[in-house]
Design a protein. Structure first.
Length: 287
């Protein structure tokens, strides 16, 4: 009640920190806290609901895996959805509260991609037209840290950033929490770019492998007998595709300069593709 008191305009960070400590100290703390927070978030008093959302996000920051596990259950997610749904409290919930709830759920889809129920809940809101577009998270928004973070996260490999984030999140000063959020958002962007690079590499290498395999099959047919017109057409298409894959491999190699294992894999694929392309040219020229 003290942490969500609507008569107090500013967040009581000392009280919020004590609340988080109590959640961590109690075996049933996460489930009990989330029941209380759901009730407060559904309050008809805007100030109380907004304070409760701040408490919720701070708990996600500070209360660890047990809390994350409970908040990712439909039992709690449904309570948040009721605030947005016109069938429940969405009729009288203020736009500011509904906007904050949407931001909270969306931020969790970013930080907890492994939690299928969160993803499903958010997609359902979009399908029903309750959420029209992904919100743009403001800089002073308190984002929860990813849990668990992927292996080789930037926070795992960059000790300075990890220490700085830990110090900022422990602070009770709003400006430190804002700085923590900006740091988290910058790292999220960096890790998303890194993930996109890995995805491009995996997809391109898979396509190279499939192209080389297909070329090898057709060359086997060629050794036994002349290629049919259809096979010749396929080989021509594979040759053209191989030409287009080469610059993609060069770009992947430039991105992976710092990763020796990935670079070796790319260079090996490049060698195989060059061989396949050379064989295609010989066969096409001979035919």
């Amino acid at each position: 009640d003290e942490a969500t008191d609507p008569s107090v305009p500013e967040e009581n960070w000392e009280c919020i920190q004590r609340f988080c400590a109590q959640v961590n100290a109690d075996t049933e703390g996460p489930s009990f806290a989330l029941r209380l927070l759901a009730h407060k978030i559904q309050s008809p008093q805007e100030g109380e609901a907004l304070h409760a959302l701040t408490v919720l996000e701070t708990c996600v920051n500070n209360c660890g895996d047990r809390f994350h596990s409970e908040m990712a259950k439909f039992r709690f997610l449904n309570e948040l959805i009721k605030v947005l749904s016109p069938k429940y409290y969405g009729i009288w919930s203020s736009e500011k509260v509904k906007s904050r709830v949407t931001e909270v759920i969306f931020s969790w889809t970013v930080w907890f991609p492994q939690e299928v129920k969160i993803q499903d809940a958010y997609q359902m809101l979009k399908k029903q037209g309750i959420v029209k577009e992904d919100p743009k998270l403001p800089e002073d928004k308190i984002l929860p840290p990813p849990s668990p973070r992927p292996q080789n996260s930037i926070f795992d490999t960059d000790e300075e950033k990890s220490k700085l984030l830990a110090r900022l999140l422990k602070s009770s000063h709003p400006e430190d929490l804002q700085a923590a959020n900006r740091l988290i958002q910058s790292v999220v962007k960096e890790e998303q770019e890194k993930s996109a690079q890995v995805s491009r590499r995996v997809n391109t290498l898979s396509e190279v492998s499939e192209t080389v395999r297909h070329v090898d099959e057709l060359l086997g047919n060629c050794r036994r007998h002349e290629l049919s017109p259809a096979d010749q057409e396929t080989l021509q298409a594979l040759s053209q595709r191989s030409e287009k894959l080469r610059p993609l491999l060069f770009r992947l190699a430039s991105e992976a300069v710092a990763d020796e294992e990935a670079l070796a894999e790319i260079l090996q694929a490049s060698d195989k593709l060059s061989w396949a392309l050379g064989q295609c040219r010989q066969v096409v020229a001979g035919q």
